[in-house]
Write a protein that binds this ligand. Structure first.
Ligand code: PEP
Ligand code: MG
Length: 330
């Protein structure tokens, strides 16, 4: 059994109809990169860099320390892509208690709608510059992709581009080497999903953050128990945004991945394949069971069923519509 699992882990991930699927890992700390590789990931699809800034007793990592952390992950992946998401603090993930930055969050009325993720980074240009420089420097050690969380405005994209150019100039001055990195956006705010064709012109790739996309589409606080029963990935509005994002990115020839919980949930594997998704990023522990499903799926055969699911008027109906039809085919 152990030998079988080992073979499965490192076997290619191909559907019955011959589609190659990338299974990537979500990681939180540089040391997780090794775990991702051992689980059979062909890259890191989401490195939640904010975890390097949390639980540190008040002292935040400077450019040098961040550089060493990113480099550790990049070197472990040995040429496979490492997608580093810039710091996504705010809401459920406050920065270190003692730091001055945290103080600006204490008075936030509604953290999920407040100064979080890229909004926060753009309001802290010095820290953002440090992070960008550290990531750019690590890019000389392998394949690094830069991922921006919670993009909602075109202006934010342009500001990130400017910050990147400035970081490159500073590295030139300091005599540090760096390589070109691809720039991608998390699609996790409905505005970004609705504006995708425009946004795609400015990004090399996109990654759908279903956790926040559900939260913001349905206006359900992810962390609020009182409305947890309404937080439903099967909601047709959510599925429509996901399907549309995948289709539009594919049509534009830009890589698209899902890195929210939906990617590691076996209930959605066939549906996402049928929508045209060819890249999934998840917790390393979920990779082998998702892979087993993919190996048994005929993505082309299922593709025609997606419209029935999207036409459902209730999450429950969408789920039943999908499961009953997909089961009849497999
Ligand atoms: C998401 O929102 O789906 C996501 C992957 O990001 P996080 O869970 O870190 O907000
Ligand atoms: Mg998110």
């Amino acid at each position: 059994e152990r030998a079988r699992l080992h073979r499965l882990r490192h076997a290619p991930c191909v559907t019955l109809d011959g589609q190659h699927i990338d299974l990537l890992a979500n990681i939180e700390l540089p040391s997780d990169a090794q775990v991702a590789l051992e689980a059979g990931a062909v890259g890191v699809g989401l490195f939640r860099s904010e975890f390097m800034f949390m639980n540190r007793g008040g002292r935040l990592p400077d450019e040098e320390e961040q550089f060493r952390g990113y480099r550790t992950a990049v070197q472990a992946l040995n040429g496979l892509p490492v997608t580093i998401r810039t710091i996504d603090v705010g809401a459920d993930k406050p920065l270190d208690r003692m730091s001055t930055h945290e103080l600006r969050h204490e008075h936030t009325l509604n953290p999920a709608l407040g100064l979080r993720a890229i909004r926060w980074s753009l309001s802290e240009p010095e820290m953002f510059g440090e992070q960008l420089r550290a990531i750019l420097r690590a890019s000389t050690h392998g394949k690094v992709r830069l991922l921006i969380p919670m993009v909602a405005h075109l202006r934010e994209i342009l500001q990130v581009r400017q910050a990147l150019e400035q970081a490159c100039r500073e590295l030139d001055e300091a005599g540090h080497a760096y390589a070109q990195v691809e720039l991608g956006a998390m699609i996790e705010v409905p505005a970004a999903a609705l504006m995708l064709p425009l946004f795609l012109r400015h990004f090399d790739f996109v990654s759908i953050g279903t956790n926040d996309l559900i939260q913001y589409t349905l206006a359900i606080d992810r962390a609020d128990e009182a409305v947890a029963h309404l937080y439903d990935a099967w909601h047709p509005a959510v599925l429509q945004l996901v399907a549309q994002t995948i289709a539009q990115a594919n049509a534009a020839g830009k890589p698209v991945s899902v890195c929210g919980e939906m990617a590691g949930d076996p209930a959605f594997t066939e549906l996402l394949l049928a929508m045209g998704l060819r890249s999934f990023s998840m917790h390393p522990a979920q990779i082998s069971s998702i892979k087993q499903r993919i190996l048994r799926t005929d993505a082309r055969q299922l593709a025609g069923l997606v419209e029935h699911v999207l036409a459902s008027d209730e999450p429950q109906d969408a789920c039943v519509a999908w499961l009953s039809r997909a089961r009849r085919l497999t």
